[in-house]
Ligand binder design. Sequence first.
Ligand code: ATP
Ligand code: MG
Ligand code: MG
Length: 366
Amino acid sequence: GSVIGIMGGGQLGRMAAMAAARMGYKVHIYAPEAESPAAEVADARTRAAWDDEAALAAFAEAVDVVTFEFENVPAASVARLAGRRPVRPSWTVLESTQDRLTEKDLVNRLGIGTAPYARVDDLDGLVAAIGALGRPAILKTRTLGYDGKGQARIGADGDFLAAAEAAFATIAGAPAILEGMVDFTCEISVIVARSPSGAVRCFEPAENSHRDGILHISRVPARISPAIAAEAERVARMLAEAMGLEGLLAVEMFVTRDGRVLVNEMAPRPHNSGHWSFDAAATSQFEQFIRAVADLPLGDPSRLVDARMENLIGDDIERWQAILAEPRAKLHLYGKSEAKPGRKMGHVTRLGTAAVTPVSGDGSGA
Ligand code: ATP
Ligand code: MG
Ligand code: MG
């Protein structure tokens, strides 16, 4: 059988490897860290630094196609593999979503809205950006942020310069962007799959809520109108097509009080907000990911039942036995050794009993 090479060793790789195994593929994980939830369920593993030339070359030899489950794999390492094996999504897709500035520029070039934003390279630049965008605002590092890390909020009140200095210190002066605060009614995300042949399928929007800056709950159906759902899917599809995506793209969005859909950020991989699909969709995001990367026909992303996914973060994991006792709760544990605060240890998807409500899903296929 074919071997799928996955760069990154976390729980997204683990669940992708499980989906791949079910479809008869072997999986080879490339990850630098000692502990790897993905490697535990994979057929082979390379443990090496992202820039280890020899290890990258051997990895390419060992696999038939390369993908990634971690958005901060250095694009240069991925580009190295591209000369040897098909890499899906391409390193250019990865690169354009790794930097919040290039990402927002790309979205806006397509005529899709985002929060107002400005580039910040130094403290003077931050002061100018606050002057232009006003307060409240959020300062975010351009690269490497996740789970709300690398961000500083600038409140509406208090001394302007002190607020700027404090925010700049929080991100340690890294290259950043300032974003105006969006007054949203809810946050949603759409996961879109596009295959090398150009077929596109969207999962319906999930409605997301956060706790301490980390995704906590995703529910489907989202409590949004059919018109908003259709707009969100149109935006996700347009981005996938414009980028020439081969794989999955998760698009996080804000729904504004006046009914617009603004893109917050994108990730070219399976996404936490799509975990519900593992238990509640005809095709899970992980199977869809493998199908797209392996250039197979895409699956039906329809939801089969209402669902609510809860992340088990840090100490939440202590509830795992009680969750096992719940009817219609599907527990997933990632096998991580230590429940540190903020660490995603597993998730539970609680299935509804309601008949499926009509969804806007693009059901049309390619
Ligand atoms: P993730 O873990 O999803 O990768 P992240 O660290 O990359 O998160 P963002 O998604 O940019 O960070 O922001 C985290 C959360 O902060 C958002 O989901 C949203 O709740 C809030 N937020 C971010 N930017 C804005 C904004 N411009 N206006 C209002 N709220 C915002
Ligand atoms: Mg992010
Ligand atoms: Mg986010």
